[in-house]
Ligand binder design. Sequence first.
Ligand code: FES
Length: 75
Amino acid sequence: MIVCSCNVLSDSQVRETCARANAPRSPFQVYQCLGCSPQCGRCARTIRGIMDEALKGACETCPAVCPAAGVVPAE
Ligand code: FES
């Protein structure tokens, strides 16, 4: 399904980008990884949602407390 009509990006392209070893951390980085740039920006929220879904399990693989996940060690 096309999620960005300006750049003709599909949801599977966004998911594949998120599966890379150095996954993008923002919709802007997704555009960069796919060789384009945001035009109207209407798709940014959709791309963010796909990213959140694709990266949902990533924190579960971290072995220790991760500041990126907002987890603070107990004292
Ligand atoms: S729909 Fe993606 S930048 Fe316009």
